[in-house]
Design a binder for this molecule. Structure first.
Ligand SMILES: Cc1cc2nc3c(=O)[nH]c(=O)nc-3n(C[C@H](O)[C@H](O)[C@H](O)COP(=O)(O)OP(=O)(O)OC[C@H]3O[C@@H](n4cnc5c(N)ncnc54)[C@H](O)[C@@H]3O)c2cc1C
Length: 577
């Protein structure tokens, strides 16, 4: 119980702390089950990292795949996870997730504003692992009309500016291909022109784009559904501490713009504060490559400072420490902003395109650039001698730079000048000049490029097997490589100066280590017993992937699914069959 008088007290059935996918999925579900729900969000806008994300969710056996004829028994994705996670595989939890995921999708698409697009051609990350799929195991949020949020659109966190064009998010897949081909193919040019004109019109009328895509569409659809179902979403209202009655968690104290508010929640509290990507102390404890906690530049939302984990611990919850990696690692570059700060840009797209290599300060490649962000970053950490900074450079030539762009530097016709002027992109007329600008060993870089270029015509990366898995290939550019006569969709020469580089540092998309939970998302105490009234969602929940990264969407898929499960448990409703 509260020891001092709050400025106000509120009551609800379920209090959800945090407004990303983990929190909103639970809030929408609980409201549909008849609960009175309050969502408390610390930031001035809702959406968290989810609003910046690709919006992809790993959801095997989902209804869109089944409708397209992709059917597989539960044992297939289960076996893939077993092989991927090894001795960290928790069959009970994996089974719960895989059984619930299709039903969760069915609920959202039939009862809420959220619609999905299929990932039927998107392979799992590790095509060599037994039972990996070539597609059909993921979904993305479909584009969403922001006008459906009415006045609350102002409270929706916009997409990360550096990943947009004048604030316009670009949907992955076909739309992104149109943007990359706009200067070469009339159909793509026309598509992009229409899209940009519509966006400018939105900017004039609404002061922001209204065609929302990716994670921004996911949050907008969830928030619209929540508001329509009567959920209160209170922004700028961080939870400061939990309220308890004996062992039971009964609510939380919020610091709101109108003062302190005690929220009493009859059915409990769900913590979904997005893990600890910006909590230096926890990073120092759990990320070996960040001994002071500062050597890790997460691309996650800055408000995710580990509050949920601390709140959970204050009630007896335990943070898992046995994950292979405590974070969803990703190569990140630091983009200078006019105000002197740096955006943390995650490199998710261009690494697999033909004509790019990634080297360390010795000028040598160290991994398959087209592998997943998690794998690439693990390889970089492993390749970095103790005591040296974890860093590398993405290197390409002029043609690649103008065709694909490099990180936050956009392709033609967007100007490159500002990114050269602010030092984000380094340029050299020759490779040795580029090496000098970056502090890379020039002879090492020249030898690496020579060897790489010689391998391009063979189509075989004899060093790191780039382009050999279905995931590598789909991330490459088969059509463009074929036009040029390059047999490998991920390999093109780095040959025509000027040459460019962007420095990569250690980062992540979010964190994996979180509060230990049971299959109903109830937080467990040190004896393994559920703490009454306390749930964890999203990245506040110890990841079922245990630090592995088997496929794209393995944070949002479980976040949505366990949010849906937690809401049923809190409402005392059995999961629908
Ligand atoms: C560029 C990018 C692309 C990505 N793409 C994908 C993808 O396609 N698929 C995928 O699975 N994952 C993706 N990720 C990772 C994914 O976005 C995150 O893992 C996921 O969004 C986490 O969801 P969440 O609900 O746990 O946290 P968030 O979405 O971060 O929400 C947490 C919220 O809690 C709030 N909060 C924090 N403390 C408090 C407090 N004390 N009181 C109240 N509120 C609080 C925060 O402000 C935040 O709004 C991507 C990440 C990035 C950066």
């Amino acid at each position: 119980m509260s020891e001092r008088s709050p400025d106000t007290a509120l009551s609800c059935d379920l209090l959800v702390i945090g407004s990303g996918a983990g929190g909103l999925a639970a809030a929408v579900t609980a409201a549909h089950l008849g609960l009175n729900v309050i969502v408390a969000e610390k930031d001035a806008q809702f959406g968290g990292t989810t609003a910046w994300s690709g919006g992809w969710m790993w959801l095997p056996r989902n209804p869109l795949a089944v409708e397209a004829g992709i059917t597989e028994p539960i044992d297939e994705p289960l076996a893939y996870l077993r092989h991927e996670l090894g001795d960290r595989f928790d069959e009970a939890r994996a089974r719960t997730f895989l059984e619930a995921a299709p039903r969760m999708v069915e609920f959202f698409r039939s009862k809420t504003a959220l619609r999905f697009i299929d990932g039927n051609a998107i392979p799992d990350f590790h095509g060599r692992t037994p039972h990996a799929a070539l597609g059909g195991r993921s979904l993305c949020a479909a584009p969403f009309d922001g006008r459906r949020l009415g006045g609350r659109i102002a409270d929706l966190k916009p997409a990360l500016p550096e990943t947009t064009l004048w604030g316009m998010g670009i949907a992955s897949g076909a739309e992104l291909r149109h943007f990359l081909n706009a200067m070469r193919q009339p159909a793509s040019f026309w598509y992009v022109t229409k899209r940009v004109l519509a966006h400018w019109k939105d900017l004039l009328v609404h002061r922001r784009g209204m065609r929302l895509v990716n994670g921004n569409a996911l949050v907008a659809a969830l928030a619209t559904s929540a508001l329509e179902a009567g959920v209160q979403i209170r922004t700028a209202s961080p939870a400061r501490r939990l309220l308890r009655d004996g062992e039971r968690v009964t609510g939380a104290v919020l610091a709101t713009p109108d003062g302190t508010v005690d929220v009493h929640a009859r059915c409990g509290v769900l913590l979904a504060c997005g893990g600890f990507p910006h909590d230096s102390a926890r990073k120092a404890a759990l990320l070996p490559h960040a001994p002071t906690g500062k050597e890790h530049w997460s691309a996650a939302s800055p408000g995710n400072t580990g509050d949920g984990l601390r709140l959970g611990e204050s009630a007896g919850g335990q943070v898992g420490t046995t994950a292979l990696q405590a974070a969803a690692l990703a190569p990140v570059s630091l983009v200078p902003r006019p105000d002197g700060s740096f955006a943390h840009f995650p490199h998710l797209i261009e690494r697999a395109k033909p004509g790019l290599i990634m080297v360390r300060a010795n000028g040598q490649r160290f991994t398959n650039e087209a592998d997943s962000y998690h794998d690439v970053m693990q390889a970089l950490i492993q390749a970095t001698p103790a005591g040296q900074p974890v860093q590398a450079w993405l290197v390409c030539d002029h043609h690649f730079m103008r065709h694909y762009g490099l990180g936050a530097a956009k392709p033609a016709p967007m100007p490159l000048g500002p990114m050269l002027a602010n030092g984000y992109v380094k340029r050299g007329r020759t490779l040795p000049e580029l090496a000098r600008a970056c502090g890379i060993a020039a002879d090492g870089l020249e030898r690496t490029v020579q060897r790489y270029n010689a391998m391009v015509s063979t189509g075989k990366d004899a060093d790191f097997a780039k382009g050999e898995t279905p995931y590598n290939r789909i991330q490459g550019d088969a059509a463009f490589a074929a036009e040029r006569g390059w047999p490998n969709p991920c390999m093109g020469p780095v040959e025509r100066g000027p040459f460019y580089a962007v420095r990569i540092v250690a980062g992540s998309l979010g964190t994996f280590a979180g509060l230990q939970v049971n299959a109903s998302a109830q937080v467990l105490d040190a004896t393994g017993q559920p703490i009454p009234g306390l749930y964890a969602g999203g990245n506040d929940m110890d990841s079922m992937m245990a630090g592995h990264y088997p496929a794209g969407g393995i944070t949002l898929g479980p976040a949505m699914t366990f949010g849906w499960i937690a809401a049923h448990h809190a409402a005392g409703h059995p999961l629908p069959l």
